[in-house]
Unconditional design. Sequence first.
Length: 133
Amino acid sequence: MEGIISPKAVTLPIHKTKGGQIMAAGADILNGFQCHFIYAYAYTTGITGMSTKPHVHDYDEAIFFMGSDPQNFEDLGATVEFSIGANEEEKFTFDKATAVVVPKGVPHCPMRTLKIEKPYLCMAVSLTARRED
């Protein structure tokens, strides 16, 4: 039957980049599950991720920031600034576990790590089968 997802375990693809490792998967990997996610750790200050300027998607997205201490992942161990708007007019700054929800059509990014004491997890979950940037 079309549209039915059957149970399946999949090995997630880990890609090595010059900035560390990143995991990304969409419906093609997730047995047809209609979402896409990117999972990576940040460990340096400056622009975080690949988006150096604001961009827009035609799908909703939530970006999660969590600390790397398994006993206290509420503590981000860093201070992050996340920009919203075509000209980065609104900036959110946080140092605790945070989710930034970005509705489709809303310009967002860049993300900047302003201060860091330990690596933190950044995970983007997009409501699309395949992410295009």
